[in-house]
Ligand binder design. Sequence first.
Ligand code: GCW
Length: 660
Amino acid sequence: MPLPVPVPPDGVDPAWLPPAAFRPLGSRRILIRGSGPLVDTVHGEVAEACARSEGRVVRGPGPGAAAFDLVLEVDGVGGETFTCGRRDGTTTVTALGGAGLLYGLFHVVRLGEEAFSGEWAPETHRPALALRMLDHWDNVAVHPVMGQVERGYAGGSLFWADGRARGDLDRVRSYGRLLAACGINAVAVNNVNVHETEAHLLTDRIGEVAAIAAALRPYGIRTHLSVTFAAPMVLGGLPTADPLDPAVRAWWAEATRRVYEEIGDFGGYVVKADSEGQPGPFAYGRSHADGANLLAAALEPYGGTVHWRAFVYDHHQDWRDRTTDRARAAYDHFVPLDGEFAANAVLQVKHGPMDFQVREPVSPLIGAVPRTRLAVEVQATQEYTGQQRHACWLGPMWSEVLRFRPQGPEGPSVGELAEELVAVSNAGDDPFWTGHPLAQANLYTFGRLAWEPGADPHRLLDEWIGLTFAPVARPTADGVRAVLDGSWRTYEKYTAPLGVGFMVQPGHHYGPSVDGYEYSPWGTYHFADRDGIGVDRSAATGTGYAAQYAKPWSQTYESPETCPDELLLFFHHVPYGHVLHSGRTVIQHIYDSHFEGVEEVEEAVRMWASLAGLMDPARHARVAERYEEQLRSAREWRDQINSYFFRKSGVPDERGRRIC
Ligand code: GCW
């Protein structure tokens, strides 16, 4: 039986699955072979596309493939792999399982007319990373400071409303469909900061999680849950959450058994422990391996996984203390535990050592735990990259991370070392899903990169443009590409310079405040004085962080002479007159890049205006409105940063531009 395609509520943007994207497929004669729930989903998709465009679909063994333009068949025992080729006028997708067929179908949609022209030998497509996951930092209850979605810039939660799981889950089904179309296969439905209400999702409110899981399942997505390490105390009334206490172990085993009674294919737990006030094993003198293995043991009988976050650092640092370096923390905590984690425990590591800044080196932890399963975490929600008010396409940044080779040029890339890729989701109940319609490109690119970490992100951007604006005309494609392509570097230019990071307003993290975190306990400093700026993280004279890397990176980063310009102030404290590889001094680079960054935003605003009339007016208007704010904000960044450094250094701009 075909499963009907979910219909999102009126006014919700179709994102990268507009009906027009299905037209090439929908006008064909299509045969579907195979059975099972995901094949029913594929059947529903194809039936709807055909009904719209006068195609024809047959389900069953079929009368010989030659009579069809497209054959979608399952031939195997399961899995996500599919093969696609074209011969004698028939395109064939052969998948190992229902999930593979679903991904094969969306592959054909992406190819469009190309899927039905010429001939090509069968090509096999399989995801490089087994788990491609979104973590939602959604709260059930609206948090007094953070709102409903922590660091959420796209309205309220997709899953939770009025204090409980949404009754109408059509929007969630549509979300699952969008995610499947870019290759995502797992979702964690609540914030890693687990507050009191949300703690109960694990036990007495698991039925609500089950309802969400049921809505996502038809699109091949497994549901995960963030849990508090203190659950045995908070929910079970035990006097301790000590991971080695038998009563604690029994409590987790029983709680987990009940979870699987409700959700047979439950993915597992996500845990933020001993981090920013969340409880963890340190309170009992136990290690993070003890903590993770406790939950791993409870999940093991059912095939579940615990995602244990490595974001553990001291957030009560004394800013006067120059020896403590937050960047070192994840490596220092977790490298000694390599080899101690259970087989179903995955260490989830932020891609950089600090916190999702516009520019950071790759976390040295990623290359240093060969006996630990790794998930790399990126942030699609743009906490530090414009909060979905600024257009900032992060594809190139994530791609750089995934291609980096932590053990040196001959060693494996991050995309090869990681088993899984996780993004903090940027979606909410906003009609455009992501607040800024162009931020949809981040979600899409993330999913596709998780499938194929070596892919050229620019190709993925073109894919997104082709689908989202289908049928896309040249000027629209060129215009959208022009405003997004370099938008990450543009953002970098007008914000904190040369990898130094932060300089944001405390708390909400939007907009400039150069010294906002300079005398705070959060470990995020730039140390600017009248002579220079930057953090000395060298082994010779600094915090020693550079030595956490394998060669050659430890050497590359150790010296200001070899350190790449864009990371210079992350690794070194240098005088304003220090000459970069670019030939410019640091201070002149600060001035120039800030003027350039704003000019680039001005150019993007003009480009966007020229696209009026070429697309859905509501989408155009929403982006135009966001650009007004981006331009205002970029000018504010430019002027505050330039004035600050002019006043500190007393060095005038070589080009005599206006700096207040
Ligand atoms: O970047 C920080 C954010 C917190 C977030 C934390 C984390 C969920 O400011 O809001 O908490 O990272 O990743 O745990």
